[in-house]
Design a protein around this ligand. Structure first.
Ligand code: SAM
Length: 351
């Protein structure tokens, strides 16, 4: 049975780890695992980072993922590193509470490798991919509305807004109109149907990318609340890391990297009141940057793993200053339309 939050998983069977960990050597350099340390891998995925941390030092890891299938595939790893690896289903925005559920109140390192794994993208039935037809789902965990729920019920204006903000799609209004027209005949229930509707609305891309790329990105980020998860995950890492503890965050597009960059820029300086915010007390920095500029993949890594092309790693070391609240909007988390579950009747779930 899958463990819930706070319960370690015990298991035996393992699954294929087809996901190639990105910027692995740089993440390890940033975390600098040491004997006796406790590390939190907030995005366990195929366990690439976790395994490397466990092999680098005689330490313990709490591996968290919101996707139960990722944890099920990691059961053999938990068995092989028995007593050193606990796998917990949950969201990294709650990683400090999850760690506390494991009896850990301070950690030596936190790694976040945000976004989806290759396993999630490759399985048509997860509904992330416009390359393979499958049910229009896109949820990493099982909870909340699916992408089909969103495209079949959200007002056209709200849909255009979210496709513009989260997908940076210039033709977002045309896409939302095309979705609005298509769903009057019949609910949109597969990735193939949506990809076709979007392709007709935006026409061929100049950059050679599939014309549905930006709309699919927007829906995936929305369905999984990815940007607010990231902002809250950084705050949770700040709360759980001990003095000298390390944070390593790998992101894959500018919306994510902007949040990490702003968080670390703000947290690595003395926060002072200003003419505009005189009520703000002077606060000491909670982090020291370990990398002034983000680290990107080498040409060799990108050639071996094209997914690494857009990856950016930012790292920092925790100071002793107390953790503070975050302001998600100031970090770059956009205000988004709420899912209209109350106003609309439930659409047919994607099949
Ligand atoms: C890019 S993969 C991580 C790969 C991993 N570093 C490895 O080396 O195998 C991202 C994983 O994070 C999980 N994930 C994404 N957002 C999450 C969140 N907010 N909380 C917990 N897990 C999350 C996804 O389900 C996915 O399995």
């Amino acid at each position: 049975m899958m463990a819930g939050r706070g319960e370690p998983l015990q298991g035996t069977a393992g699954g294929p780890a087809r996901h190639i960990p990105v910027l692995l050597a740089d993440v390890l350099d940033t975390l600098a695992p040491r004997d006796g340390g406790i590390y939190i891998d907030g995005t366990f995925g195929a366990g690439g980072y976790t395994r490397a941390i466990l092999d680098a030092a005689d330490c313990r890891v709490i591996g968290i993922d919101r996707d139960p299938s990722a944890l099920a595939a990691g059961r053999d790893m938990a068995e092989a590193y028995k007593g050193r690896l606990a796998l917990v289903e949950g969201r990294f925005s709650e990683l400090d509470a999850i760690a506390e559920g494991q009896g850990v109140d301070k950690a030596d390192g936190v790694a976040l490798d945000v976004g989806v794994s290759s396993m999630q993208l490759d399985q048509a039935e997860r509904g992330f991919s416009f390359m393979q037809d499958g049910p229009l789902d896109m949820r990493m965990g099982g909870e909340g509305p699916s992408a089909a729920d969103v495209v079949n019920t959200m007002e056209e204006g709200d849909l255009a807004n979210l496709i513009f903000r989260l997908g940076e799609e210039k033709k977002s209004r045309a896409v939302a109109r095309a979705i609005g027209r298509a769903r009057t005949d019949k609910s949109i229930s597969t990735t193939g149907e949506l990809a076709e509707i979007v392709a007709r609305a935006v026409g061929p891309s100049r950059d050679g990318k599939n014309p549905a790329t930006r709309t699919f990105q927007a829906l995936r980020i929305y369905v999984n609340g990815e940007l607010s998860e990231l902002a809250e995950g950084l705050a949770a890492a700040e709360r759980i890391l001990k003095k000298g503890g390390r944070l390593a965050v790998v992101s894959f597009h500018s919306l994510e990297d902007r949040i990490v960059k702003r968080f670390l820029a703000e947290r690595s300086q003395i926060a002072r009141g200003s003419r505009h915010m005189p009520e703000l007390k002077s606060e000491p920095p909670t982090f020291k940057l370990t990398t002034r500029h983000p680290v990107s993949a080498s040409d060799e890594e990108t050639a071996a793993n094209p997914r690494a092309r857009s990856a950016r790693l930012r790292g920092a070391e925790r100071t002793e200053a107390p953790a503070r609240d975050i302001d998600p909007a100031a970090l770059g988390v956009p205000a988004l339309p709420a899912y209209p579950s109350a106003q609309h009747s439930k659409p047919g779930r994607a099949r």
